[in-house]
Design a protein around this ligand. Structure first.
Ligand code: ADP
Ligand code: MG
Length: 286
């Protein structure tokens, strides 16, 4: 199940979940590795034989770039879904990396969505509705949603649409700052909009094993979040920052790099841990 130690092959086969797992990658802090994690975990899951839908919900469109997906102005995108009510299936495109992976791009149009959503009916539920309709006819195994660095309406839409939250935490100073606010928001969404929501995984990113600081931050995060923290830690790796420049995941760009192995291992760990409530019935349509 776990990835081979020295490189990532496309032949691993990961077990399917009982029901589609919808995971939102969130942290209102920018530059902590949300997009890098969403892109590479989604790709690793697809390389593992699972059917994956990745949704770019950040107006910056970094995940779209990382997946090598066209996202210039006017490209059919997540904006058309959350603001325009267009079906997700119409805007999802197949990733050049894997036939198992589809990506919903984000364009600059999405920058206006935080405001445009305000007067719309059920503004917090727009993505959830679209995703339910999509999954009803196309039950992929995993949905990963890459959030913008804010706690605005787009992130709220992602938290309402998902059942699980994965929080990437950068192993640097101030790592835990702002996490209280994020977990409070998760609790608010849970209390009022989405009772099934839970933080299920914390992923330590940009770990520099040569520094005491990284180790201290990792220890502190583990003390704070306990077993929610994935055992796998993503090391600081130049390959991870180079890959998006080629519109590739690190798994395609350099399958032998430490970053590629780390993300493949983290993906396998997510799969092995399973959904928190996998024993209960999948969501009924609403
Ligand atoms: P976010 O989506 O939270 O803003 P990103 O995933 O875009 O964060 O990462 C921020 C920057 O750090 C990007 O330039 C990315 O390429 C780089 N980066 C992310 N993870 C790593 C890592 N493990 N090692 C080195 N660079 C990384
Ligand atoms: Mg990002």
């Amino acid at each position: 199940m776990t990835a081979p130690a020295h490189s990532v092959s496309r032949e691993t086969s990961l077990p399917r979940p009982a029901a589609p797992r919808v995971i939102t990658v969130a942290n209102q802090k920018g530059g902590v590795g949300k997009t890098t994690s969403a892109v590479n975990l989604a790709t690793a899951l697809a390389f593992g034989g699972l059917r994956v839908l990745a949704i770019d919900l950040d107006p910056q469109g970094n995940a779209s770039t990382g997946f090598g997906i066209e996202h210039g102005p006017g490209t059919p995108s997540i904006y058309d879904v959350v603001v325009g009510g267009r079906p997700l299936a119409e805007v999802a495109v197949r990733s050049p990396e894997s036939a198992q992976l589809r990506v919903v791009p984000a364009t600059v149009d999405l920058a206006g969505a935080e405001i445009e959503l305000v007067p719309l009916a059920a503004r917090e539920n727009r993505l959830r509705r679209a995703l339910r309709a999509f999954l009803a006819s196309d039950p992929v195994d995993y949905v990963l949603i890459d959030c913008p660095p804010s706690l605005g309406l787009l992130t709220v839409n992602a938290l309402v649409a998902a059942r699980e939250v994965l929080i990437p935490i950068q192993c640097e100073y101030y790592a835990l700052e702002g996490l209280g606010q994020l977990t409070r928001n998760v609790e608010l969404v849970q209390a009022h909009l989405n009772p099934e929501l839970a933080v299920t995984a914390i992923l330590l990113t940009m770990y520099d094993g040569r520094t005491r600081l990284a180790e201290q931050v990792a220890d502190e995060v583990r003390r704070f979040f306990g077993p929610k923290v994935l055992t796998t830690v993503v090391p600081r790796s130049i390959r991870l920052s180079e890959a998006p420049g080629y519109g590739q995941s690190v798994l395609s760009y350099d399958a032998t790099s430490r970053g590629a192995v780390a993300y493949a291992t983290a993906a396998a760990e997510l799969v092995e841990r399973g959904a928190p409530t996998e024993v209960t019935q999948p969501d009924e349509a609403k």
